[in-house]
Every structure is written in structure tokens, then in C-alpha cells.
Design a protein around this ligand. Structure first.
Ligand SMILES: [Zn+2]
Length: 428
């Protein structure tokens, strides 16, 4: 009943606002369309339609048998490598893992002296099921400057090194849920036609009014030059250090929608984000599609991610985004019960499709708008590489990019005389 009243109010509001003259130039691209999905429907092509070019690898000579692969990438400023190792269950005591990690990291630095950082992830071979599977046993991030400190570590002084995690064995992994590789596209709502229509009206109302309506954020204030920059699917042992370095150089803050399991295995990357004043948000624990789960499972997925993130940062995240953009009335209810704000997006250049730097840049600029929410993915190298140019061009358009919280903050209407001068400035 409450929902119906809420929607009726928004419908009325949308109709009223449609009648108002718009003071700003219309955005060049339409808002992402909220699509209707049916229970059990699966996206056939995921993630993206074009594969990313393979990452270059570093070969260790002579090889270390446990090392499965070492890849590296650059953000045009620094190079970072990520090593993956699989160990036998018999050789996976903390002492074994530390010794192996020290050997691998120093050998990788020797093999490629240009590297700024080497990150290492060690799994038990019998547990390894890819990046979205059960948690690793050991992870560490070693910058060139900290190589000596890392090499001198022993079990007695592990706590002196901040960028290291050993699986305590009591981590939450939960029931085996198939993690999805599907990345965020258009928001997909599993509801009746009427419910989907109501969401589209709420989205339209939000694009005219801006700010959080109920507990939904579709759009910031379209009359303020503030834009939210958001990255989904963080953290990652290759891309997080590259992206944080890029943002640091640009003196830019963004919101990272973090996957709980990955935050658990790489807590130091979350701490690095907090240190850089980046905003941490919730993207479920397993990166599963929520529209197929019952209320209890949805609650568990979101709560576990909040627990992990709050455990690392000391404060619960404020914003939540559903994997694959898939949501349902159940998801909306649980998110509301947990006091989170569901953050959608206005600009999705589909960076996961690996469309190429030029196309990505063009799409980003075509969709930019005051009050917009830019959706990008942390684990796409092209995104990191086009980011400095995109940020500069956005600033040249007079837009300020920042966190989702900054977008909400700026949605508070300025005083009428300020509003007038702002409208004039934005209109030119
Ligand atoms: Zn995602």
C-alpha cells in the first residue's frame, strides 16, 4: 500500500516536472532503459561480446613449479604484475606459503626490473576454481619500495607488513552459489509489466529532480555540475593498484562497488582505497544474480559483503549495486530493510565489451551529463588507460567528478540566487 502511494506520488511528480522548462542542454544519450526479465532468464552473451586482448606474461627461468602464471599490465605510468600459484594441501602451512611467496616475488622483480609492484595469490590446488571460487590461502602486494621488508618477513613479524593476508580458515564462503561473469548492463527488473513501468517512471522523475528518492538513486541533481564516477567488481590484484595510481595522479575520488569475497582476500586494497579517500560500496559477497534468490539468500549476500567491508573500514557502506544490474521487488525490499541506497547509473559505455579506446572515450563523453552516474568496471584495462583523458575532458566541460556521496551531497538545492547564476553558467 505504502509502495503504491509512493509510486503514485512519483508518477504525479514526474508528470508535473515534465511540464517544466529545462534550463540545461539535454543529454546527448538516453538514460539506460530498465528492461524486464522473467525468473530464470539468463543473459546469453557474457561478459561482453569481445574478449580483452590477452595480457603479456612473465616467464620465470628456471620455472617455479607452483607458479601457474604471472601476467602484467600498465596504466601508462607504472607496471604491475600479478602471480598465481597453486600449492599442494601438504605444503600450505603459513610458513610454506610465506616462503614460496617471497621466492616468487623476488624472482618476478628480477625477471622484469621495470615493475613497480608484484602481487601474489596462492591457492590450494584442490580448492582452486578461478577468481570467483573459494578463497585463496595467501595473498600479498609488494611494491618495489617494500621488497626488502617483504623478503625479510618471518612468521614472527608478519603483522609488521600491511599488504599481506593469510586465510584464517574461518572465512565466510557460504553455500556454493555460481558466481556470475555477467557485468552490469542495463538495469534488469524481474517484476510485472506494471512494476517495471513504475520503475521507469521513478527513473524519469529522478532524472528531472535528482537525488535519492525512497532508497533509490537513479540520477543526481541535473542542475548541478557534479557527476559520480563508479567502478564495479573491485578489488583485483592486477587492476586495483593500477586504477588507484591513476586516480591518485588525477587527484580524483570515485566509488568502488566491491565484491565481498574479493575484499576479504585482499583487505589491504580496501584500506588503500580508504587512505586515498575513495568511497567503498557493496556489490554482494559472491557477485551473484540476486533476482533468482529468495529474500533470505539476498539478505545474506548483501549482509555478508557489508560485514566484510565494515570489518576492514570500520563503517558500513551506504550504497549498493546489484550484479548484472538485475533486481526484483524482493531485492528492493531487502535493500530498503538494510538501510542501503540502491545506486543505478546514467552512463554505461559497456567497457566490458572491450570496444577499443576510441569508442570507449567517445561513448563516455556522449553520455556525460550534470548529475550523471558513470558506470565503469575496475577489471577492464582499457578503462584504466582512457581514464586520464576522460577525466580531463569532463573537467573541461565544467563537470566535477567524484564519489556517489558527493553527488548526493550536491543534490541539495542551492539558494535561488545561486541557482540562477548556476543555470546561466551551465547553459553556456
Ligand atoms: Zn559487477
Amino acid at each position: 500500500m505504502k509502495n503504491t502511494m509512493h509510486r503514485s506520488f512519483l508518477t504525479l511528480l514526474a508528470l508535473l516536472l515534465w511540464g517544466l522548462p529545462m534550463v540545461l542542454a539535454q543529454p546527448k544519450a538516453p538514460l539506460p532503459k530498465i528492461e524486464r526479465i522473467l525468473p530464470g532468464e539468463v543473459q546469453p552473451l557474457a561478459p561482453g561480446q569481445r574478449n580483452a586482448p590477452p595480457l603479456p606474461q612473465i616467464t620465470l627461468e628456471p620455472p617455479i613449479p607452483e607458479v601457474r602464471r604471472v601476467v602484467y599490465a600498465s596504466n601508462s605510468y607504472i607496471e604491475v604484475a600479478s602471480a598465481l600459484g597453486l600449492v599442494s594441501p601438504q605444503n600450505s602451512t603459513p610458513s610454506d606459503l610465506l616462503g614460496l611467496a617471497q621466492q616468487v616475488v623476488s624472482r618476478v622483480f628480477e625477471a622484469r626490473p621495470n615493475l613497480e609492484e608484484v602481487d601474489i595469490t596462492l591457492y590450494r590446488a584442490n580448492e582452486y576454481a578461478g577468481f570467483g571460487g573459494p578463497l585463496p590461502r595467501f595473498t600479498a602486494a609488494v611494491s618495489k619500495a617494500h621488497l626488502a621488508a617483504f623478503s625479510n618477513l618471518s612468521l614472527g613479524n608478519l603483522h609488521s607488513y600491511d599488504h599481506l593476508w593469510i586465510n584464517p580458515g574461518d572465512s565466510f564462503y557460504g553455500p556454493p552459489l555460481p558466481p556470475t561473469n555477467e557485468l552490469e548492463q542495463n538495469p534488469k527488473f524481474e517484476g510485472s509489466r506494471a512494476e517495471v513501468k513504475a520503475q521507469r517512471i521513478e527513473q524519469k522523475a529522478a532524472s528531472l529532480q535528482g537525488g535519492v528518492i525512497g532508497n533509490l538513486l537513479y540520477h543526481g541533481n541535473p542542475q548541478r555540475p557534479q557527476v559520480a564516477l563508479t567502478f564495479d567488481d573491485a578489488p583485483h590484484p592486477l587492476y586495483t593498484p593500477l586504477l588507484l595510481d591513476t586516480l591518485r595522479r588525477a587527484k580524483m575520488q570515485a566509488t568502488f562497488f566491491c565484491i565481498g569475497r574479493n575484499a576479504e582476500a585482499y583487505p589491504y586494497f580496501i584500506r588503500d582505497m580508504v587512505r586515498d579517500k575513495q568511497e567503498i560500496a557493496n556489490h554482494t559477497y559472491h557477485h551473484v544474480r540476486l533476482n533468482n534468490l529468495d529474500a533470505q539468500a539476498v539478505h545474506e549476500e548483501i549482509m555478508q559483503a557489508t560485514k566484510v567491508l565494515e570489518g576492514i573500514t570500520g563503517k558500513p557502506p551506504r550504497f549498493f549495486r546489484p550484479p548484472g544490474g538485475r533486481f526484483s521487488p524482493t531485492v528492493l525490499q531487502v535493500v530498503r530493510d538494510l538501510g542501503l541506497t540502491l545506486a543505478f547509473w546514467t552512463d554505461d559505455p559497456a567497457d566490458f565489451d572491450n570496444v577499443g579506446d576510441g569508442v570507449l572515450q567517445t561513448r563516455l563523453l556522449a553520455q556525460l551529463r550534470p548529475g550523471g552516474i558513470v558506470l565503469l568496471h575496475e577489471n577492464v584495462l582499457q578503462t584504466i588507460q582512457v581514464l586520464p583523458t576522460f577525466l580531463r575532458l569532463a573537467q573541461l566541460q565544467g563537470l566535477r567528478l567524484g564519489t556517489t556521496s558527493a553527488l548526493i551531497h550536491s543534490s541539495v538545492q542551492p539558494a535561488p540566487h545561486l541557482q540562477l547564476s548556476l543555470n546561466r553558467r551551465l547553459a553556456h
